[in-house]
Design a protein around this ligand. Structure first.
Ligand SMILES: [Zn+2]
Length: 503
Protein backbone atom coordinates (compact mmCIF):
# COMPACT_ATOMS: atom_id res chain seq x y z
CA UNK A 1 0.00 0.00 0.00
CA UNK A 2 1.06 3.57 -0.71
CA UNK A 3 0.25 5.62 2.39
CA UNK A 4 0.89 9.36 2.65
CA UNK A 5 1.85 10.54 6.16
CA UNK A 6 2.03 14.04 7.56
CA UNK A 7 1.00 16.21 10.47
CA UNK A 8 0.12 19.74 11.50
CA UNK A 9 -0.38 20.29 15.21
CA UNK A 10 -1.54 23.30 17.14
CA UNK A 11 -3.51 23.80 20.34
CA UNK A 12 -5.01 27.28 20.09
CA UNK A 13 -5.83 29.30 23.20
CA UNK A 14 -7.75 32.16 21.62
CA UNK A 15 -7.16 34.26 24.76
CA UNK A 16 -3.35 33.92 24.69
CA UNK A 17 -1.26 37.02 23.95
CA UNK A 18 0.71 35.92 20.87
CA UNK A 19 -0.10 34.08 17.64
CA UNK A 20 1.68 31.13 16.03
CA UNK A 21 3.46 32.34 12.90
CA UNK A 22 5.36 30.28 10.35
CA UNK A 23 8.61 30.51 12.35
CA UNK A 24 6.84 28.96 15.37
CA UNK A 25 6.11 25.85 13.28
CA UNK A 26 9.45 25.81 11.52
CA UNK A 27 11.59 25.65 14.68
CA UNK A 28 12.00 22.86 17.18
CA UNK A 29 10.60 23.22 20.71
CA UNK A 30 9.97 20.21 22.90
CA UNK A 31 9.12 18.48 19.61
CA UNK A 32 11.19 18.41 16.39
CA UNK A 33 11.37 21.22 13.87
CA UNK A 34 9.28 21.17 10.69
CA UNK A 35 9.95 17.94 8.76
CA UNK A 36 9.43 17.41 5.07
CA UNK A 37 10.39 14.71 2.62
CA UNK A 38 12.38 11.55 3.41
CA UNK A 39 13.95 12.79 6.71
CA UNK A 40 10.42 12.90 8.17
CA UNK A 41 10.25 9.12 8.18
CA UNK A 42 13.14 8.77 10.64
CA UNK A 43 12.85 12.05 12.58
CA UNK A 44 10.53 10.69 15.28
CA UNK A 45 12.02 7.28 16.00
CA UNK A 46 11.74 6.44 19.70
CA UNK A 47 9.79 9.59 20.57
CA UNK A 48 6.41 9.79 22.31
CA UNK A 49 4.68 11.38 19.27
CA UNK A 50 1.70 9.92 17.34
CA UNK A 51 3.40 9.89 13.96
CA UNK A 52 6.22 7.79 15.46
CA UNK A 53 3.73 5.09 16.39
CA UNK A 54 2.05 5.24 13.01
CA UNK A 55 5.29 5.00 11.05
CA UNK A 56 6.60 2.21 13.26
CA UNK A 57 3.44 0.18 12.78
CA UNK A 58 2.90 0.96 9.08
CA UNK A 59 6.39 0.91 7.59
CA UNK A 60 6.72 -2.85 7.13
CA UNK A 61 5.29 -3.94 3.79
CA UNK A 62 3.98 -0.50 2.81
CA UNK A 63 5.41 2.49 1.00
CA UNK A 64 5.16 5.55 3.21
CA UNK A 65 5.07 8.83 1.32
CA UNK A 66 6.20 11.71 3.53
CA UNK A 67 4.27 14.99 3.41
CA UNK A 68 5.02 17.82 5.83
CA UNK A 69 4.89 17.53 9.65
CA UNK A 70 5.10 20.43 12.06
CA UNK A 71 3.90 21.66 15.43
CA UNK A 72 4.11 24.83 17.48
CA UNK A 73 3.82 25.52 21.22
CA UNK A 74 0.25 26.33 22.32
CA UNK A 75 -0.56 30.00 21.70
CA UNK A 76 -3.22 32.25 20.20
CA UNK A 77 -4.38 31.81 16.58
CA UNK A 78 -2.28 30.29 13.81
CA UNK A 79 -1.59 33.09 11.36
CA UNK A 80 -3.21 32.89 7.93
CA UNK A 81 0.26 33.04 6.40
CA UNK A 82 1.53 30.06 8.43
CA UNK A 83 -1.55 27.97 7.72
CA UNK A 84 -1.55 28.66 3.98
CA UNK A 85 2.19 28.07 3.60
CA UNK A 86 2.10 24.78 5.48
CA UNK A 87 -1.04 23.57 3.69
CA UNK A 88 0.58 24.62 0.42
CA UNK A 89 3.48 22.27 1.20
CA UNK A 90 1.25 19.45 2.35
CA UNK A 91 -0.93 19.51 -0.74
CA UNK A 92 2.00 20.00 -3.10
CA UNK A 93 3.69 16.91 -1.60
CA UNK A 94 0.45 14.95 -1.71
CA UNK A 95 -0.11 15.76 -5.41
CA UNK A 96 3.53 14.98 -6.18
CA UNK A 97 3.19 11.60 -4.46
CA UNK A 98 0.76 10.51 -7.15
CA UNK A 99 -2.11 8.13 -6.42
CA UNK A 100 -2.21 6.95 -2.80
CA UNK A 101 -4.16 4.17 -1.09
CA UNK A 102 -4.58 6.09 2.16
CA UNK A 103 -3.56 9.19 4.09
CA UNK A 104 -2.63 9.46 7.78
CA UNK A 105 -2.37 12.85 9.50
CA UNK A 106 -1.01 13.58 12.98
CA UNK A 107 -3.30 16.42 14.12
CA UNK A 108 -4.10 18.04 17.45
CA UNK A 109 -7.69 19.04 16.92
CA UNK A 110 -7.98 22.47 18.57
CA UNK A 111 -6.47 24.68 15.88
CA UNK A 112 -8.03 28.07 15.27
CA UNK A 113 -6.46 30.18 12.54
CA UNK A 114 -6.86 33.87 11.77
CA UNK A 115 -9.26 32.88 9.00
CA UNK A 116 -10.84 29.57 10.15
CA UNK A 117 -12.48 28.57 13.45
CA UNK A 118 -11.87 24.94 12.56
CA UNK A 119 -8.28 24.52 11.39
CA UNK A 120 -8.37 20.71 11.29
CA UNK A 121 -11.72 20.65 9.48
CA UNK A 122 -10.11 22.79 6.79
CA UNK A 123 -6.95 20.64 6.64
CA UNK A 124 -8.99 17.44 6.26
CA UNK A 125 -11.28 19.08 3.71
CA UNK A 126 -8.37 20.19 1.52
CA UNK A 127 -6.65 16.80 1.71
CA UNK A 128 -9.94 15.11 0.92
CA UNK A 129 -10.36 17.37 -2.12
CA UNK A 130 -7.05 16.05 -3.49
CA UNK A 131 -7.55 12.33 -2.78
CA UNK A 132 -11.25 12.14 -3.58
CA UNK A 133 -14.06 10.55 -1.58
CA UNK A 134 -12.88 6.91 -1.74
CA UNK A 135 -9.34 6.98 -0.35
CA UNK A 136 -9.29 6.40 3.44
CA UNK A 137 -8.22 9.45 5.43
CA UNK A 138 -7.36 8.77 9.09
CA UNK A 139 -6.08 11.22 11.70
CA UNK A 140 -4.93 10.88 15.27
CA UNK A 141 -5.96 13.60 17.71
CA UNK A 142 -4.89 14.97 21.07
CA UNK A 143 -7.17 14.27 24.03
CA UNK A 144 -7.64 18.06 24.16
CA UNK A 145 -9.12 18.23 20.67
CA UNK A 146 -12.21 20.36 20.13
CA UNK A 147 -13.68 18.02 17.53
CA UNK A 148 -16.00 19.57 14.93
CA UNK A 149 -18.73 18.08 12.78
CA UNK A 150 -16.72 18.94 9.72
CA UNK A 151 -13.70 16.99 10.98
CA UNK A 152 -15.87 13.93 11.58
CA UNK A 153 -17.47 14.29 8.14
CA UNK A 154 -14.18 14.68 6.24
CA UNK A 155 -12.14 11.93 7.95
CA UNK A 156 -12.82 8.21 7.78
CA UNK A 157 -11.59 7.92 11.33
CA UNK A 158 -10.39 10.20 14.13
CA UNK A 159 -8.47 8.37 16.86
CA UNK A 160 -7.62 10.27 20.07
CA UNK A 161 -5.24 9.77 23.01
CA UNK A 162 -6.73 8.25 26.14
CA UNK A 163 -4.32 9.58 28.73
CA UNK A 164 -3.61 12.93 30.33
CA UNK A 165 -0.67 13.18 31.10
CA UNK A 166 -0.31 12.07 27.47
CA UNK A 167 1.79 8.94 27.88
CA UNK A 168 0.05 7.15 24.97
CA UNK A 169 0.82 9.39 22.00
CA UNK A 170 2.91 6.80 20.17
CA UNK A 171 0.36 4.14 20.99
CA UNK A 172 -2.42 6.32 19.55
CA UNK A 173 -0.54 6.61 16.25
CA UNK A 174 -0.21 2.82 16.23
CA UNK A 175 -3.94 2.46 16.92
CA UNK A 176 -4.65 4.78 14.00
CA UNK A 177 -2.51 2.52 11.80
CA UNK A 178 -4.37 -0.59 12.97
CA UNK A 179 -7.70 1.03 12.26
CA UNK A 180 -6.55 2.14 8.82
CA UNK A 181 -5.35 -1.36 7.92
CA UNK A 182 -8.71 -2.78 8.97
CA UNK A 183 -10.42 -0.23 6.72
CA UNK A 184 -8.16 -1.06 3.78
CA UNK A 185 -8.65 -4.76 4.32
CA UNK A 186 -12.43 -4.62 4.52
CA UNK A 187 -12.71 -2.13 1.68
CA UNK A 188 -15.91 -0.81 3.24
CA UNK A 189 -16.79 2.38 5.03
CA UNK A 190 -17.49 2.46 8.75
CA UNK A 191 -20.57 4.04 10.26
CA UNK A 192 -19.82 7.11 12.42
CA UNK A 193 -21.52 8.58 15.45
CA UNK A 194 -20.77 11.75 17.38
CA UNK A 195 -22.03 13.12 20.69
CA UNK A 196 -21.27 16.35 22.51
CA UNK A 197 -21.28 17.02 26.21
CA UNK A 198 -22.89 20.32 27.14
CA UNK A 199 -20.27 21.49 29.62
CA UNK A 200 -16.61 22.45 29.49
CA UNK A 201 -14.23 20.44 31.67
CA UNK A 202 -11.44 22.44 33.38
CA UNK A 203 -8.03 21.16 32.23
CA UNK A 204 -6.86 20.15 35.69
CA UNK A 205 -10.02 18.04 36.14
CA UNK A 206 -9.40 16.20 32.85
CA UNK A 207 -6.49 14.17 34.28
CA UNK A 208 -7.03 10.50 33.53
CA UNK A 209 -5.12 9.35 36.62
CA UNK A 210 -7.99 10.60 38.79
CA UNK A 211 -11.77 10.25 38.77
CA UNK A 212 -14.02 10.67 36.98
CA UNK A 213 -11.83 10.60 33.83
CA UNK A 214 -10.09 7.42 34.95
CA UNK A 215 -13.36 5.42 34.92
CA UNK A 216 -14.64 7.13 31.76
CA UNK A 217 -11.54 6.14 29.80
CA UNK A 218 -11.75 2.62 31.15
CA UNK A 219 -15.26 2.52 29.71
CA UNK A 220 -14.01 3.91 26.37
CA UNK A 221 -11.40 1.14 26.14
CA UNK A 222 -13.87 -1.51 27.16
CA UNK A 223 -16.50 -0.34 24.62
CA UNK A 224 -14.12 -0.50 21.66
CA UNK A 225 -14.30 -3.92 20.05
CA UNK A 226 -17.63 -4.75 21.68
CA UNK A 227 -20.56 -6.22 19.77
CA UNK A 228 -23.38 -3.70 19.98
CA UNK A 229 -26.36 -2.87 17.78
CA UNK A 230 -25.89 -5.79 15.35
CA UNK A 231 -22.28 -4.97 14.67
CA UNK A 232 -18.85 -4.45 16.13
CA UNK A 233 -17.69 -1.16 17.60
CA UNK A 234 -14.38 -0.61 15.82
CA UNK A 235 -13.14 2.58 17.47
CA UNK A 236 -14.18 4.89 20.29
CA UNK A 237 -12.60 8.20 21.22
CA UNK A 238 -13.51 10.69 23.92
CA UNK A 239 -11.89 14.10 23.62
CA UNK A 240 -12.28 16.16 26.79
CA UNK A 241 -11.69 19.35 24.81
CA UNK A 242 -9.48 22.41 25.11
CA UNK A 243 -11.57 24.95 27.02
CA UNK A 244 -9.80 28.29 26.36
CA UNK A 245 -10.86 28.28 22.72
CA UNK A 246 -13.65 30.74 22.06
CA UNK A 247 -15.44 28.95 19.20
CA UNK A 248 -18.96 27.48 19.02
CA UNK A 249 -17.68 23.89 18.77
CA UNK A 250 -15.47 24.07 21.87
CA UNK A 251 -15.88 21.23 24.38
CA UNK A 252 -15.93 17.48 24.98
CA UNK A 253 -16.90 15.11 22.15
CA UNK A 254 -17.39 11.37 21.78
CA UNK A 255 -16.70 9.80 18.38
CA UNK A 256 -17.48 6.15 17.64
CA UNK A 257 -17.10 3.98 14.54
CA UNK A 258 -18.73 0.66 13.90
CA UNK A 259 -19.63 -1.98 11.36
CA UNK A 260 -23.22 -0.79 11.59
CA UNK A 261 -24.79 2.54 12.32
CA UNK A 262 -26.47 1.08 15.39
CA UNK A 263 -23.11 -0.12 16.75
CA UNK A 264 -21.55 3.32 16.36
CA UNK A 265 -24.60 5.10 17.77
CA UNK A 266 -24.94 2.80 20.78
CA UNK A 267 -21.25 3.06 21.62
CA UNK A 268 -21.24 6.87 21.38
CA UNK A 269 -24.40 7.13 23.45
CA UNK A 270 -22.98 4.81 26.11
CA UNK A 271 -19.96 7.06 26.66
CA UNK A 272 -22.05 10.23 26.38
CA UNK A 273 -24.40 9.00 29.11
CA UNK A 274 -21.46 8.25 31.38
CA UNK A 275 -20.03 11.68 30.53
CA UNK A 276 -23.31 13.40 31.43
CA UNK A 277 -23.46 11.48 34.69
CA UNK A 278 -19.88 12.53 35.53
CA UNK A 279 -20.56 16.28 35.29
CA UNK A 280 -20.63 16.94 39.05
CA UNK A 281 -17.50 14.85 39.57
CA UNK A 282 -15.64 17.00 37.02
CA UNK A 283 -16.10 20.17 39.07
CA UNK A 284 -12.94 20.82 41.02
CA UNK A 285 -12.08 22.87 44.03
CA UNK A 286 -9.61 25.64 43.37
CA UNK A 287 -7.64 26.72 46.43
CA UNK A 288 -6.35 30.20 47.17
CA UNK A 289 -2.60 30.19 47.93
CA UNK A 290 -3.38 31.26 51.51
CA UNK A 291 -5.88 28.46 52.19
CA UNK A 292 -3.81 25.84 50.35
CA UNK A 293 -0.67 26.60 52.35
CA UNK A 294 -2.59 26.73 55.66
CA UNK A 295 -4.26 23.40 54.86
CA UNK A 296 -0.98 21.80 53.84
CA UNK A 297 0.79 22.98 57.02
CA UNK A 298 -2.04 21.62 59.17
CA UNK A 299 -2.35 18.30 57.35
CA UNK A 300 1.17 17.34 56.29
CA UNK A 301 2.38 14.28 58.16
CA UNK A 302 5.89 12.81 58.24
CA UNK A 303 6.32 9.69 56.16
CA UNK A 304 3.07 10.17 54.23
CA UNK A 305 4.61 11.94 51.25
CA UNK A 306 4.22 15.62 50.40
CA UNK A 307 0.98 17.49 49.97
CA UNK A 308 1.47 18.73 46.40
CA UNK A 309 0.24 22.18 45.41
CA UNK A 310 -0.30 22.52 41.65
CA UNK A 311 0.57 26.08 40.63
CA UNK A 312 -1.51 25.58 37.50
CA UNK A 313 -2.00 29.18 36.39
CA UNK A 314 1.74 29.69 35.97
CA UNK A 315 2.36 26.37 34.19
CA UNK A 316 5.03 26.95 31.51
CA UNK A 317 3.31 24.22 29.45
CA UNK A 318 0.23 26.40 29.18
CA UNK A 319 1.52 29.92 28.65
CA UNK A 320 2.99 30.68 32.08
CA UNK A 321 6.57 31.85 32.54
CA UNK A 322 7.12 29.87 35.71
CA UNK A 323 8.05 32.93 37.76
CA UNK A 324 4.97 34.06 39.66
CA UNK A 325 5.52 34.00 43.41
CA UNK A 326 2.01 33.69 44.93
CA UNK A 327 2.63 30.32 46.54
CA UNK A 328 6.27 30.99 47.43
CA UNK A 329 5.38 34.20 49.26
CA UNK A 330 2.60 32.42 51.12
CA UNK A 331 4.86 29.52 52.17
CA UNK A 332 7.35 32.02 53.60
CA UNK A 333 4.65 34.19 55.21
CA UNK A 334 3.07 31.20 56.96
CA UNK A 335 6.51 29.87 57.94
CA UNK A 336 5.98 26.48 56.28
CA UNK A 337 8.53 23.84 57.28
CA UNK A 338 10.12 21.19 55.05
CA UNK A 339 8.46 22.83 52.04
CA UNK A 340 9.74 23.43 48.50
CA UNK A 341 8.65 24.98 45.23
CA UNK A 342 9.96 24.05 41.79
CA UNK A 343 10.84 25.24 39.24
CA UNK A 344 11.00 29.02 39.47
CA UNK A 345 12.32 30.70 36.31
CA UNK A 346 14.74 33.48 37.24
CA UNK A 347 18.05 33.44 35.34
CA UNK A 348 19.28 36.59 37.04
CA UNK A 349 18.88 35.20 40.58
CA UNK A 350 20.22 31.79 39.53
CA UNK A 351 23.37 33.46 38.21
CA UNK A 352 23.85 35.63 41.31
CA UNK A 353 23.36 32.69 43.66
CA UNK A 354 25.69 30.48 41.60
CA UNK A 355 28.32 33.19 41.69
CA UNK A 356 27.99 33.53 45.47
CA UNK A 357 28.44 29.75 45.70
CA UNK A 358 27.12 26.94 47.85
CA UNK A 359 26.79 27.87 51.51
CA UNK A 360 26.65 31.61 50.82
CA UNK A 361 23.92 33.90 52.11
CA UNK A 362 22.72 36.13 49.30
CA UNK A 363 20.20 38.94 49.18
CA UNK A 364 17.83 38.40 46.25
CA UNK A 365 14.64 39.78 44.74
CA UNK A 366 13.27 36.46 43.54
CA UNK A 367 10.73 35.84 40.76
CA UNK A 368 7.93 38.01 39.36
CA UNK A 369 10.18 39.49 36.67
CA UNK A 370 8.38 38.69 33.41
CA UNK A 371 4.97 40.19 34.04
CA UNK A 372 3.00 36.93 34.12
CA UNK A 373 1.15 38.44 37.07
CA UNK A 374 1.62 42.21 36.76
CA UNK A 375 0.33 42.83 40.30
CA UNK A 376 3.14 40.80 41.89
CA UNK A 377 6.48 42.01 43.30
CA UNK A 378 9.55 39.77 43.70
CA UNK A 379 10.12 38.03 47.05
CA UNK A 380 12.96 39.98 48.67
CA UNK A 381 15.25 38.68 51.33
CA UNK A 382 18.33 36.71 52.23
CA UNK A 383 18.47 33.16 50.85
CA UNK A 384 21.01 30.48 51.61
CA UNK A 385 22.50 28.82 48.53
CA UNK A 386 22.13 25.08 49.13
CA UNK A 387 23.24 23.72 45.75
CA UNK A 388 24.44 24.97 42.37
CA UNK A 389 24.10 22.80 39.22
CA UNK A 390 24.46 23.21 35.48
CA UNK A 391 20.83 22.10 35.05
CA UNK A 392 21.83 19.18 32.82
CA UNK A 393 20.27 15.84 33.71
CA UNK A 394 18.25 12.96 32.38
CA UNK A 395 14.51 12.91 33.12
CA UNK A 396 13.31 9.61 34.57
CA UNK A 397 9.52 9.97 35.07
CA UNK A 398 6.76 8.57 32.83
CA UNK A 399 6.11 11.88 31.05
CA UNK A 400 9.54 13.36 30.26
CA UNK A 401 11.42 10.11 30.79
CA UNK A 402 14.42 9.69 28.50
CA UNK A 403 14.65 13.41 27.62
CA UNK A 404 17.87 15.21 28.35
CA UNK A 405 16.82 18.31 30.24
CA UNK A 406 18.84 21.43 30.21
CA UNK A 407 17.58 24.12 32.54
CA UNK A 408 20.77 26.18 32.45
CA UNK A 409 22.41 27.27 35.70
CA UNK A 410 20.12 25.99 38.43
CA UNK A 411 20.26 26.62 42.16
CA UNK A 412 18.42 25.39 45.20
CA UNK A 413 17.87 28.15 47.74
CA UNK A 414 16.54 28.08 51.28
CA UNK A 415 14.79 30.64 53.41
CA UNK A 416 13.69 29.24 56.78
CA UNK A 417 11.81 26.03 56.12
CA UNK A 418 11.13 26.87 52.48
CA UNK A 419 13.37 25.79 49.61
CA UNK A 420 13.17 27.00 46.01
CA UNK A 421 14.62 25.40 42.88
CA UNK A 422 15.50 28.31 40.58
CA UNK A 423 16.44 27.68 36.95
CA UNK A 424 17.73 29.77 34.07
CA UNK A 425 15.31 28.24 31.57
CA UNK A 426 11.58 27.71 31.81
CA UNK A 427 10.37 24.19 32.41
CA UNK A 428 7.16 22.57 33.56
CA UNK A 429 7.93 20.71 36.77
CA UNK A 430 6.73 17.29 35.63
CA UNK A 431 9.72 15.11 36.50
CA UNK A 432 11.20 14.57 39.95
CA UNK A 433 14.77 14.78 38.59
CA UNK A 434 14.11 18.50 38.17
CA UNK A 435 14.31 18.58 41.99
CA UNK A 436 16.43 15.48 42.75
CA UNK A 437 19.33 16.67 40.63
CA UNK A 438 19.76 19.55 43.12
CA UNK A 439 20.26 17.03 45.92
CA UNK A 440 16.74 17.23 47.37
CA UNK A 441 14.43 14.21 47.40
CA UNK A 442 10.84 15.45 47.01
CA UNK A 443 9.52 12.29 48.71
CA UNK A 444 10.95 13.58 52.00
CA UNK A 445 9.13 16.91 51.83
CA UNK A 446 6.00 17.85 53.77
CA UNK A 447 4.81 20.34 51.14
CA UNK A 448 5.79 20.59 47.48
CA UNK A 449 4.51 23.25 45.05
CA UNK A 450 5.00 22.56 41.33
CA UNK A 451 4.62 24.80 38.29
CA UNK A 452 2.43 22.36 36.35
CA UNK A 453 -1.26 21.68 35.82
CA UNK A 454 -1.55 17.93 35.26
CA UNK A 455 1.60 16.42 33.72
CA UNK A 456 3.32 16.50 37.14
CA UNK A 457 0.89 13.82 38.34
CA UNK A 458 2.65 11.18 36.23
CA UNK A 459 5.78 11.37 38.40
CA UNK A 460 4.70 13.19 41.58
CA UNK A 461 1.21 11.69 41.90
CA UNK A 462 2.36 8.37 43.36
CA UNK A 463 4.42 10.05 46.10
CA UNK A 464 1.82 12.72 46.98
CA UNK A 465 -0.36 12.26 50.03
CA UNK A 466 -2.78 14.76 48.48
CA UNK A 467 -2.92 17.17 45.54
CA UNK A 468 -4.45 20.66 45.78
CA UNK A 469 -5.03 22.72 42.62
CA UNK A 470 -4.13 26.29 43.53
CA UNK A 471 -5.35 29.48 41.89
CA UNK A 472 -2.18 31.48 42.37
CA UNK A 473 -1.45 34.38 39.98
CA UNK A 474 -0.56 33.49 36.37
CA UNK A 475 -1.88 33.74 32.84
CA UNK A 476 -3.32 30.20 32.49
CA UNK A 477 -6.76 30.96 33.93
CA UNK A 478 -8.09 27.92 35.83
CA UNK A 479 -11.56 29.23 36.64
CA UNK A 480 -13.20 29.14 33.21
CA UNK A 481 -15.93 31.57 34.33
CA UNK A 482 -13.20 34.23 34.38
CA UNK A 483 -12.48 33.90 30.63
CA UNK A 484 -14.21 36.52 28.46
CA UNK A 485 -15.96 34.06 26.12
CA UNK A 486 -18.16 35.65 23.44
CA UNK A 487 -18.59 32.95 20.80
CA UNK A 488 -19.44 29.67 22.54
CA UNK A 489 -22.66 27.96 21.47
CA UNK A 490 -25.69 29.00 23.51
CA UNK A 491 -26.51 26.56 26.28
CA UNK A 492 -22.96 25.27 26.79
CA UNK A 493 -22.10 25.36 30.49
CA UNK A 494 -18.72 27.05 30.95
CA UNK A 495 -18.01 24.91 34.03
CA UNK A 496 -19.51 21.60 35.19
CA UNK A 497 -23.00 22.32 36.59
CA UNK A 498 -22.34 26.02 35.93
CA UNK A 499 -24.30 28.71 34.18
CA UNK A 500 -25.16 28.14 30.51
CA UNK A 501 -23.42 30.44 28.05
CA UNK A 502 -25.80 33.06 26.66
CA UNK A 503 -28.28 32.72 29.51
ZN1 LIG B 1 -3.17 17.73 25.10
Amino acid sequence: MRIAVGGFQHETNTFAPSKADYAAFEQADSWPALQRGEPLLSAFTGMNVPIAGFIDRASAGNTLLPLVWCSATPSAHVTEDAFERIMGMMLEDLRAAGPVDAVYLDLHGAMVTEHFDDGEGEILHRVRAVIGPDVPLVASLDLHANVTERMVAEADALIAYRTYPHVDMTETGARAAEHLFALLKSGTRQAKAMRRLDYLIPLTAQCTLIEPASSLYALVGETEGKLMGNGRVTSVSFTTGFPPTDIPECGPVIIAYGDTEAAAEEAAERIAQAGRAAEAAFSEKLWSPCDAVAYAIANAAPGKGPIVLADTQDNPGAGGNGDTIGILAELIAQDAQNAAIAVLFDPECAARAAEAGEGAQVHLALGAKTGGAPEERPVEGVFEVMRVTDGEFLATGPFYGGSRMSLGTTVRLRKGGVQVVVASRKGQCADKEMICHTGLDPRDLAILAVKSSVHFRADFGPMASEVLVVESPGPNIADLTKLPFTRLRPGLRVTPLGKAFGS
